[in-house]
Design a protein around this ligand. Structure first.
Ligand code: PLP
Length: 390
């Protein structure tokens, strides 16, 4: 049985609590507190708070159900769900570093993560070095005696470059540092970093895991010890918790995750392969294409590809924005992971990454529509931009 087939079974509903009257979907425990029959029981629960339901800022049964499902899919020991991907990211980072520590982070990580590390955490005496991250030499030379954290995002948000997860985890361990990876792009279906030695995995649940553009959430996964430390500190103290309603929505989305990822992978590659052949495209950044410079590395640490990728164009930025205006299936918008395909057009970050002097970087999210409709949409919009009267 393939890994993805096994995951179909893992997403099936398995009631934790037999009192659910055969409910076919996880019930929403819409309550802030849980009462006890006796003071002895209450005292017992307070001694082991993580194993009991006392107060929903700590442990709510609907949220806990989702956490167990996610840990199983990600093949991690433990999981904790948060109000957003950024709550999961900031909490996991804060759980690892203290004043005077040093962090190494990939420079093309998700923007707010870079801002959190580079600007916000510097107020508390935590310094971050940003590196490209695709060569191990760079990681080695960035290490300082006080390096406590390697922050990875593989593939990265806009250029879809990879880091060697096994080697990064090995190097970090050898200097006593912790590794955190943002695994939102690959999802638990296509990459399980804890199996490759990474300590903590974070996801924006808002994207593929939720899958329907109807909720915002995040999760941290890893060893019981590290996740419990986050739960006892950043989760309880900062209070960025996931609500039971969101957990129930996500649990519903999770049941179709492997099925959706199969479709996204196939459609994404089809659209990417089409774009490679277009005259206005100078490079397609998609880790699932054999032309990706780190394709082999990708094959060695991911079992599939999702459907967010970018392409560079030497056409003027304004022309590419006009092309985006004319697309019908691709909506202009941030985020991804729901039904609708999406597009954003930006200026490339630096000449180093675009030695061909591209003028625009276009990020596409390929949704659930028929890929032949999406390709026709791309062609029609380009035709209209080039021949505006047609
Ligand atoms: C790769 C990646 N990580 C993290 C986040 C943050 O997630 P959220 O918006 O759920 O806080 C995003 C959101 O766009 C993202 O794209």
């Amino acid at each position: 049985m393939s890994k993805l087939e096994k995951q179909f079974t893992k997403t099936a509903y398995d009631p934790l609590d037999k009192r659910h009257h055969g409910a076919i979907h996880v019930p929403i425990y819409q309550n802030s507190l849980f009462a006890f029959d006796s003071y002895d029981q209450f005292d017992e629960a307070m001694k082991a708070q993580l194993d009991h339901h006392i107060y929903s800022r700590g442990n709510n049964p609907t949220v806990q159900y989702l956490e167990m499902k996610l840990a199983d899919l990600e093949e991690a020991e433990s999981a904790k769900c948060f109000a957003s991907g950024m709550a999961a990211i900031s909490s996991s980072i804060m759980s690892v570093v203290s004043q005077g520590d040093h962090v190494i982070c990939v420079n093309q990580a998700y923007g707010p993560t870079r801002e959190f590390l580079g600007s916000y955490m510097s107020r508390f005496g935590v310094e971050t070095s940003f590196i490209d991250g695709s060569s191990m030499e760079e990681w080695r030379s960035a290490v300082r005696p006080n390096t406590k954290l390697f922050y990875l995002e593989s593939p990265t948000t806009m250029y879809f470059e990879l880091q060697d997860l096994r080697k990064c985890a090995e190097l970090a361990r050898s200097i006593g540092a912790v590794t955190i990876i943002d695994n939102t792009w690959a999802t638990p279906c296509y990459q399980n970093p804890t199996k490759l030695g990474v300590d903590l995995v974070v996801h924006s649940i808002t994207k593929y895991i939720g899958g329907h553009s109807d909720c915002v959430g995040g999760v941290v996964l890893g060893s019981k010890e590290l996740v419990e430390r986050i739960q006892n500190n950043e989760y309880m103290l900062l209070g960025g918790i996931m609500t039971p309603q969101t957990a129930a929505l996500v649990a519903k989305g999770l049941r179709t995750l492997p099925l959706r990822m199969q479709r996204h992978e196939q459609s994404g590659l089809q659209v990417a392969e089409h774009l490679v052949k277009q005259s206005y495209v100078t490079r397609v950044n998609h880790p699932g294409l054999p032309s990706h410079p780190q394709y082999e590395l990708g094959q060695s640490q991911m079992s599939g590809a999702s459907s967010v990728f970018s392409f560079l164009s030497s056409e003027p930025l304004e022309k590419m924005k006009e092309w985006a205006n004319r697309l019908k299936y691709f909506k202009i918008g941030v985020s991804w992971g729901g039904f609708e395909s999406l597009v954003t057009v930006n200026r490339p970050v630096s000449d180093e990454k675009t030695s061909d002097h591209s003028a625009a970087i276009v990020r596409l999210y390929v949704g659930m529509e028929d890929p032949s409709d999406l390709i026709a949409d791309i062609n029609r919009a380009w035709e209209q931009v080039c021949n505006p009267v047609a």
